[in-house]
Design a protein around this ligand. Structure first.
Ligand SMILES: *Cc1c(COP(=O)(O)O)cnc(C)c1O
Length: 388
């Protein structure tokens, strides 16, 4: 078998850590009970396992266990937060605020609500990807009910100032939701200190399984009302019905516990590796870093390369490394990333962008190999381009 490309696409997903998988396996076969079954051991033991995972996840963000609502992932959590709040609070106001660089799992529910008659303000970002707090200040209206700003961007890794935003919203009795899918286990998160009312999380970006995530919904004062978006058996305090997916929940808990115990050390290691990659790539002419140089996820590097065709570059790199472009491909055409566009990256450069997402399993040797291969490929492509 030929060597597989080096995986550097951790903003898309991460492998399940073998230590996490080990904890999950008994819950598929031996401990398969429905945690809602109250009359026998099978139910009790899975209920206990879910309880334990819920506690780990709550502790990770300084929430309480009853504030954690399990969902299928961050997409569902974002939909529940945004539509659930809009539905519960529309009599108090119809104005919603978010940011141009959000994930589509936030932008699209906002679009949907706009179609239903809500007013949406889309904040711009500065060239470094950070929002301008003065612009937020000016966007507030007496009828604003919700602000949604992501913790860490999935393309450029930029970390928004959650605590400052949270304080501004709390002072005005406006709810603050954050999509923290990329941030969990990578940077410290504290819903109390940061005045966060709703937070979306997912397991598969932090070496846990796909198909499981949660929404933190504030129950302590000031308590948040939320309208369920899935109705049925009344699980998760009636907010999200459906049989709990025990193996995935157990895996989510194990992944979070592991990530937190290694967070400080891992952040240091990844920052060093990421800087090592950038130090090598930046020896090229006409290459630029997208997003704030330091206020970003440890494992994120996003660059634009002048003088090459983006598709040709990805195609040439694909045998050696699994990276992604800054572009989001639809089935019919390739569009430049809405995030890079919001930063003001010119369209031709946005097409020729690479997003590196470094993982727990990447080594220094891999990073050097990736840097050398990328540099050589870019030089060849530029020569071809110039002679054409
Ligand atoms: C991955 C991701 C999502 C979607 O999460 P799923 O669990 O795959 O639904 C949402 N927001 C951000 C910022 C992400 O990175």
């Amino acid at each position: 078998m030929s060597a597989r490309p080096i995986y550097l696409d951790c903003h898309a997903t991460t492998p399940v850590d073998k230590r996490v998988l080990e904890v999950m396996i008994p819950y598929f076969t031996e401990h398969f009970g429905n945690p809602a079954s109250v009359n026998h051991l099978y139910g009790w033991e899975t209920e206990a396992a879910v309880k334990q995972a819920r506690q780990i996840i709550a502790d990770a963000i300084n929430a309480t266990p009853t504030e954690i609502i399990f969902t299928s992932g961050a997409t569902e959590a974002n939909n529940l937060a945004i539509k659930g709040v809009a539905e519960a609070y529309f009599s108090q106001g119809r104005h919603l605020i978010t940011v141009a660089t959000e994930h589509h799992a936030v932008l699209d529910p906002y679009d949907y609500l706009q179609g239903l008659g809500f007013d949406v303000t889309l904040l711009s970002v500065q060239p470094d990807g950070l929002i301008d707090l003065t612009e937020l200040e000016e966007a507030f209206r007496p009828d604003t009910i919700l602000v949604s700003v992501m913790a860490a961007n999935n393309e450029i890794g930029v970390l928004q100032p959650l605590a400052k935003i949270g304080k501004m919203c709390r002072d005005r009795h406006i709810l603050f939701h954050t999509d923290a899918a990329q941030a969990l286990g990578k940077i410290p998160l504290d819903v109390e200190e940061m005045n966060i009312d709703l937070m979306s999380l997912t397991a598969h970006k932090v070496y846990g399984p796909k198909g499981i995530g949660c929404l933190y919904v504030r129950r302590r004062q000031p308590r948040v009302k939320i309208a369920p978006q899935i109705h049925g058996g009344g699980q998760e305090r009636g907010i999200r019905s459906g049989t709990l997916y025990t193996p995935q929940i157990v895996g989510f808990g194990a992944a979070v516990k592991l990530a937190l115990s290694e967070m400080a050390r891992e952040a240091q290691r990844l920052t060093k590796l990421r800087d090592r990659l950038w130090n090598q790539l930046s020896t090229l002419d006409d290459i630029r870093l997208n997003g704030h140089p330091t206020q970003r996820l440890p494992g994120n590097l996003n660059v634009s390369i002048a003088g090459v065709d983006g598709q040709a570059l990805l195609l040439a790199l694909q045998p050696t490394m699994a990276v992604s472009s800054g572009s989001a491909c639809t089935s019919t055409r390739i569009e430049p990333s809405h995030v890079l566009k919001a930063l003001g990256v010119p369209e031709n450069l946005a097409y020729a962008s690479l997003r590196f997402g470094l993982s727990r399993f990447n080594t220094e040797a891999e990073i050097d190999q990736v840097a050398q291969e990328a540099i050589a490929t870019i030089k060849v492509l530029r020569r071809v381009q110039y002679t054409r």
